[in-house]
Design a protein around this ligand. Structure first.
Ligand SMILES: NC(=O)c1ccc[n+]([C@@H]2O[C@H](COP(=O)([O-])OP(=O)(O)OC[C@H]3O[C@@H](n4cnc5c(N)ncnc54)[C@H](OP(=O)(O)O)[C@@H]3O)[C@@H](O)[C@H]2O)c1
Length: 168
């Protein structure tokens, strides 16, 4: 909080299911009761781990932050692929994605905006990170258009049968 120059933190997450998650969560709940944290949550807990955790954690996590993929492809071969191409190259390829470019054009929206909209339309609360104020504005400017069912099914179809990123 000293580093953040604040008296409280809005949301505090456990990064992934650690052996000590329950103890960590207990400490976080105490900090919440003391007013230092407004909401507590977890991250990267899959369905089984999430169900186990909520059975005994005493307070349902406000958030379970997990990675989400726009093209619903299979992730086989992703690690070998991730090793072969730098993260920067993979991101550049994402922002040239042909399906998102074509659909975005219909609505006057960028690839980033079209991808974010597709996530939101499928019930995902997306957290797009940007260090550029312009792109932050772009990323939030997605509530004045809608994607139809055909767009959504094109976007969610597996494109290259592998993930651009190492997470799966
Ligand atoms: N819980 C976990 O395990 C976990 C894991 C990974 C990430 N996260 C969190 O999830 C959030 C997102 O992480 P991330 O890995 O997706 O972020 P990231 O890859 O670090 O950042 C997104 C990238 O996309 C670019 N970008 C953003 N908006 C764009 C746009 N409209 N057009 C073109 N490029 C755009 C950004 O570049 P510019 O900055 O130059 O705009 C940046 O290079 C972060 O808050 C991160 O902390 C959590």
């Amino acid at each position: 909080m000293n580093d953040l120059q604040t008296d409280y933190v809005d949301l505090f997450l456990i990064h992934e299911p650690y052996d000590e998650s329950r103890l960590m969560y207990r400490a976080m709940k105490e900090a919440r009761e003391a007013g230092k944290i407004k909401a507590v949550g977890i991250s990267n807990f899959n369905g089984r781990r999430y169900s186990d955790f909520v059975k005994s954690c005493g307070l349902i996590p406000a958030v379970n932050q997990v990675v989400s993929f726009i093209n619903g492809g299979s992730f086989s071969g992703s690690l070998a692929y991730a090793g072969a191409e730098s993260v920067r190259q993979r991101k550049e390829r994402f922002f040239r994605n042909a399906v998102l470019t074509e659909i975005g054009k219909k609505y006057g929206k960028s690839v980033g905006q079209t991808g974010l909209k597709s996530l939101i339309r499928t019930g995902v609360s997306a957290v797009p990170k940007s260090s550029s104020v312009e792109r932050m504005k772009e990323n939030i400017d997605i509530f004045d258009f809608d994607l139809d069912e055909e767009d959504l099914s094109k976007i969610s179809a597996p494109d290259e049968n592998r993930t651009l990123f190492g997470w799966y």
